[in-house]
Every structure is written in structure tokens, then in C-alpha cells.
Design a protein around this ligand. Structure first.
Ligand code: HEC
Length: 100
């Protein structure tokens, strides 16, 4: 019995030590640059909070309605913390620079 308890204690100590180990990783650099223009700053900061900006640049180009839908979805479905002013600026920006 004592042997079993000691073994369990040893296993628990070893696993705790393994969990406490610090692991560092280096993420690849996100080098996507958006086209310059009014609203680019807001898009560059607000739209890169959760994913890479290539989610924007790799989308098929589209009119304002498409970008409005994307931005609304980011806010309502995924919880993007965008002010109304930033949302409007970003939709306008995307519709100007990422339209067909
Ligand atoms: C709160 C987190 C969050 C923020 C902020 C955010 N997104 Fe997203 N976005 C997501 C998630 C989650 C997905 C879906 C990812 C997946 O399917 O792999 C996504 C997907 C997308 C897609 C792919 C097409 C689609 O509809 O799924 C586009 C385009 C996009 N986001 C654009 C934007 C733009 C533009 C902004 C800035 C206004 C933005 N995102 C900000 C979370 C976010």
C-alpha cells in the first residue's frame, strides 16, 4: 500500500513538473500590408485582432454590400469589438480598395 502511494506521489510530482515547464514558440511574421488610404489604419489594427489580414486580401473582391456583410458578421457572430465609426470607416475603405 505504502509503495503504491509513493509511486502515485512520484507520478503526480513528475507530471506537475512537466506541466510547469515553460515553452516558447516563435510565430511567423504577419507581413500582409493593406492598400494605403483613409480607413486603412482602422482596418490594419481592428481586423488583425483575431486573424491575419490575408483574410481580407485573399477574399474575392466585392462591392460595399459584401464588405458590409463581412464586417457585420465579424461583429455579430465573432464579437469583433468595433465602434460604429470604425465599422463604417472600414466598410468604406474595403469597398474602395477591395472592390472589383
Ligand atoms: C473577434 C475576432 C475577429 C475580428 C476582430 C475580426 N474577425 Fe474576421 N473572422 C473571425 C473568425 C472567427 C473568422 C472565421 C475563421 C475561419 O473560419 O477560419 C473570420 C473570418 C473572416 C473572413 C473570411 C470570410 C468569412 O466570412 O468567414 C474575412 C474576409 C474576415 N474575417 C474579415 C474581417 C475584417 C474585414 C475584420 C475587421 C473589420 C475582421 N475580420 C475582424 C474573427 C474576427
Amino acid at each position: 500500500m505504502l509503495r503504491l502511494l509513493l509511486t502515485m506521489l512520484l507520478v503526480m510530482t513528475v507530471t506537475t513538473m512537466a506541466v510547469a515547464e515553460t515553452v516558447s514558440i516563435t510565430l511567423p511574421q504577419d507581413k500582409v500590408a493593406l492598400a494605403p488610404g483613409p480607413g486603412a489604419d482602422a482596418a490594419q489594427t481592428q481586423c488583425a485582432l483575431c486573424h491575419s489580414l490575408d483574410y481580407i486580401t485573399m477574399q474575392p473582391k466585392g462591392p460595399a454590400a459584401q464588405w458590409q456583410n463581412v464586417v457585420t458578421k465579424m461583429i455579430k457572430v465573432f464579437g469583433a469589438p468595433l465602434s460604429d465609426a470604425d465599422a463604417r470607416a472600414i466598410v468604406g475603405y474595403l469597398a474602395t480598395h477591395y472592390a472589383p
